[in-house]
Design a protein around this ligand. Structure first.
Ligand SMILES: *Cc1c(COP(=O)(O)O)cnc(C)c1O
Length: 430
């Protein structure tokens, strides 16, 4: 399938990017477990290296199995191209890499996955980049944080650990006014529930480790390009608009137009940073994506049912699920995510940190793991695990204070999940 914009989501998640294998007729996408590809002749090789012809050279850059996944995710997100990477965190670096240089900054939401807060507040400093953290509910503060050295705005659609929905149209309007690309991490929502490009995002990143693969078998990430941003307008993105010394003076935007970011990501990002997704992982993710809509529907239905039950439980102080009427983000969720609010939320227990540790240890059906977006239900206590390297202030800002447990609701029978949560809450509070 190539030009098929009229197909619905359920069709695209199975067919986009894939065609019967030209060599064998294989209907399922083969795993091309090959490092290199034979050039027809020297001229063919030269054309490939000059990016005058699209093809395969070496699997650090491009691989036929990975290419199918890239086209599939790009199509599902409504983008023009995508670059798969070895993890969600790799995708975040790959998204920023063409935009940033030493001394430049990115304005980011305080409500992010804990690992992203560490990546942005600490690790990117080694590259001379910095992040300015802002509460994205305060749109004036976002505008105030943007300065001449800002090159991007970064947020999550539904913020991990759940319950917070970013006002994407409002943030996109600010990015637009400032002439900056908006990067949205759409991991928790997936393109089935939300397509950030339709709300003004320039780039969409995913940890494919989560819902896209959906069964806890793969670590992977992807950067999707909307193709909508004018990289040459402001002079702020010379790696895309000016002759790029890392690719013998090629001008990516002039040469590739809306595909400039995608080509840059492959030709320079993957070539020189090497955060490449392997074909076996791409295969598992393609398998997972075939059922994405079915799973997200069930994740959302189950999470709604379980969140409502938990909210009424006497041991529970608060449930932050945007699908609940009590959530301050309920109306926004209904507007941005009409098909459901996903499977991720947090629950705060009245009895504090120790009760949370006991609760997590008393669950049978839920697995205590540092993952989310699996078919099976998962639970974690962020303050003692994923968010333990953050200050208590950062934990609370990220919605992961000491008495908060994050729950990733799977696609099992909701009644079984409720029974398990009930017995564990009873044990935790004695
Ligand atoms: C897990 C996660 C990441 C990081 O992805 P990895 O694949 O673990 O590197 C980034 N953002 C969000 C929202 C996540 O849930």
């Amino acid at each position: 399938m190539t030009d098929t914009p009229s197909y619905g989501f359920d069709t695209l998640q199975i067919h986009a990017g894939s065609r019967p294998d030209p060599a064998t007729g294989a209907r399922q996408t083969p795993i091309y477990q090959s490092t290199a590809y034979v050039f027809r002749d020297a001229e063919h090789a030269a054309a490939l290296f000059n990016l005058q012809e699209v093809g395969y050279i070496y699997s650090r850059l491009t691989n036929p199995t990975v290419a199918v996944l890239q086209e599939r995710v790009a199509t599902m997100e409504g983008g023009v191209g995508a670059v798969c990477c070895s993890s969600g965190h790799a995708a975040q670096i790959m998204a920023l890499f063409p935009l940033m240089a030493p001394g430049l900054n990115v304005v980011v939401s305080t409500r992010l996955y804990g690992g992203s807060i560490t990546q942005f507040s600490q690790t990117i400093k080694r590259f001379g980049w910095s992040a300015k953290f802002v509460d994205f509910e305060d749109t004036a503060a976002i505008e105030a944080a943007i300065d001449d050295d800002t090159r991007a705005i970064f947020c999550e659609s539904i913020a991990n650990p759940g319950g917070y929905v970013t006002d994407l149209p409002a943030v996109a309007a600010i990015a637009d006014k400032a002439g900056l690309p908006l990067i949205v991490d759409n991991t928790s929502a997936t393109p089935y529930l939300c397509r950030p490009i339709e709300h003004g995002a320039t780039l969409v990143v995913h940890s494919m480790t989560k819902y896209l693969t959906g069964n806890g078998t793969v670590t992977g990430g992807v950067v999707v390009d909307s193709g909508n941003f004018d990289w040459s307008a402001s002079g702020k993105f010379p790696s895309l608009s000016e002759p790029e010394p890392a690719y013998h003076g090629l001008k990516f935007h002039e040469t590739f137009g809306p595909l400039a970011f995608t080509f840059h990501g492959i030709a320079i990002g993957l070539r020189d940073l090497g955060m490449t997704l392997n074909p076996q992982a791409a295969h598992y993710t393609l398998m997972g994506i075939e059922t994405l809509s079915l799973r997200m529907e069930r994740h959302s239905q189950n999470a709604q049912k379980v969140a409502e039950w938990l909210e009424a439980n006497p041991h529970v102080e608060k449930v932050t699920y945007a699908g609940l009427e009590s959530s301050p983000y309920n109306a926004r969720a209904k507007a941005l995510f009409p098909k459901g609010t996903g499977g991720l939320f947090t629950v705060a227990l009245k009895d504090g940190y120790d009760a949370c540790v006991k609760f997590v240890g008393s669950l049978d059906l839920f697995s205590h793991v540092a993952n989310l977006g699996d078919t099976r239900s998962l639970v974690i206590h962020p303050a003692s695990t994923t968010h333990r390297q953050l200050t208590e202030e950062q934990q609370i800002a990220a919605g992961a204070g000491p008495n908060v447990v994050r729950i990733s609701i799977g696609i099992e029978d909701a009644d079984d999940l409720i029974r398990d949560l009930g017995q564990a809450l009873d044990k935790a509070s004695v």
